[in-house]
Write a protein that binds this ligand. Structure first.
Ligand code: S3P
Length: 434
């Protein structure tokens, strides 16, 4: 599928974007391992979250739905999973493979985890290392990439692990393995990352401590089923936060968006650039903070992105680079080398597309420098990365010519219905079979 987006327009109206991807994965995982029935609403019916559903079904968990964002999970308890008959295919989903690696390391049975071409190119040494220290027998393919083969039946012991990189997937992997380990498992992180795993474990009645930056839990407990209302994904909202900020005349209300403080870097960075963003109706839904977000057009200016914001906005940089391209002056991002190992090398992919549109940029090993200016048009390669596709779609609001975006199928991993929603709000986008 390709997108063709005509230049110009504004983004006006009200929308609720699909459910949070990170929370949707965790709801299936913890709901499956809980005792009792977990009812989920607001679930993301995107391919990544569905890959997690399929994996747990393959291990004997009865899951009904999703239908209209509702899922019912008949939990089997921490020790109730059954050996899968075939390798588990997690598609494009890094969260699925890394969190599952932790859970499966603690099972009595063997398993194999794999995925699509993009996932099979992503580094897994970061989970193999701590799981091996815990006593797991886990092996990656060439260069520690998937497939991951987990022998199972190896007792795990609790460890303390200093995360070498700010990664919620690695943190969650270690903590989930810790559910099956003897003694206490603890982690420290170089910078705070999304804490949905910790929050949801507590929501399922499993104590998780946080002391002086050390996050810890003791193995051998149990999870109690709980109902979960998943907020809209701020990472999906980000494309429209940027869209409305860059398109003159825009006035948009995004409802029921998750504003967990470990995820709100995009709001802070856009505000530093001069964006007009206000939060309304702030509330807490099932242990996660939620708000309606109003965003109106405002002229943006370039900034040096504060390094502490990087992990808090890690998935939003493709969208933020478009904001930077439309801002007056220079934006500098450093300390973001993790962007190179996402669904694509997002620094290289975004730089190529920006250059196609005539936006001056300089690639750094760990970031990029973007000079705001006029955007032309052209044909963009996405490297099969959903967020690259959506970022360049919204860029058309400020482009002088049409933007054609190749290989957009992966948009459905995180944001099914993106083009229809965007069209309803004013983006002149059409999707075509390629
Ligand atoms: C995620 C953590 C982040 C993020 C990803 C989702 C999660 O990955 O980029 O989209 O749900 O834990 P890293 O842990 O690799 O930073």
């Amino acid at each position: 599928m390709e997108f063709k987006v005509l230049p110009g327009g504004d983004i006006t109206g009200e929308a609720r974007v699909p459910g949070d991807k990170s929370i949707s994965h965790r709801a299936i995982m913890l709901g499956s391992l809980a005792e009792g029935t977990t009812r989920v609403s607001g679930f993301l019916e995107g391919e990544d979250a569905l890959a997690t559903v399929a994996a747990f079904r393959a291990m004997g968990v009865a899951i009904e739905g999703p239908e209209g964002g509702r899922v019912t999970i008949r939990g089997v308890g921490l020790h109730g999973l059954r050996p899968p008959a075939a390798p588990l295919d997690l598609g494009n989903s890094g969260t699925s493979i890394r969190l599952l690696a932790g859970l499966l390391a603690g099972q009595p049975f063997a398993s194999e985890l794999t995925g699509d071409q993009s996932l099979r190119g992503r580094p897994m040494g970061r989970v193999i290392a701590p799981l091996t220290l815990m006593g797991a027998a886990i092996q990656g393919g060439e260069g520690d990439r998937p497939p991951l083969r987990i022998a199972g039946g190896h007792p795990l012991r609790g460890i303390h692990y200093d995360l070498p990189m700010a990664s919620a997937q690695v943190k969650s992997c270690v903590l989930l393995a810790g559910l099956y380990a003897s003694g206490t498992t603890s982690v420290t992180e170089p910078a705070p990352t999304r804490d949905h795993t910790e929050r949801m474990l507590r929501g399922f009645g499993y104590p998780v401590a946080r002391d002086d930056g050390v996050i810890s839990l003791a193995g051998g407990g149990a999870l109690q089923a709980a109902d979960i209302d998943i907020p809209a994904d701020i990472s999906s909202a980000a494309f429209f936060l940027v869209a409305a900020s860059i398109a003159p005349g825009s006035d948009l209300l995004l409802t029921h968006v998750g504003i967990n403080p470990t995820r709100t870097g995009v709001l802070d960075i856009l505000r530093l650039m001069g964006a007009d963003i206000s939060l309304r109706n702030q509330r807490e839904v099932g242990g996660e903070p939620v708000a309606d977000i109003r965003v109106r057009y405002a002229p943006l200016h370039g900034i040096d992105i504060p390094p502490q914001q990087v992990p808090l906005a890690i998935d939003e940089f493709p969208a933020l680079f478009i904001a930077a391209a439309c801002a007056q002056g220079r934006t500098v991002l450093r300390g973001a080398e993790e962007l190179r190992v996402k669904e694509s090398d997002r620094i290289a992919a975004m730089a190529e597309g920006l250059t196609t549109l005539g936006v001056a940029n300089e690639v750094l090993e760990d970031g990029i420098v973007i000079e705001g200016g006029a955007l032309g048009g052209g044909t963009i390669r996405t490297f099969h990365d959903h967020r690259i596709a959506m970022a360049f779609a919204v860029a058309a609001l400020r482009a002088e010519e049409e933007i054609r975006i190749l290989d957009c199928d992966h948009v459905a991993t995180s944001f099914p219905g993106f083009d229809a929603l965007a069209r309803g709000l004013g983006l002149q986008i059409s999707a075509m079979a390629d």
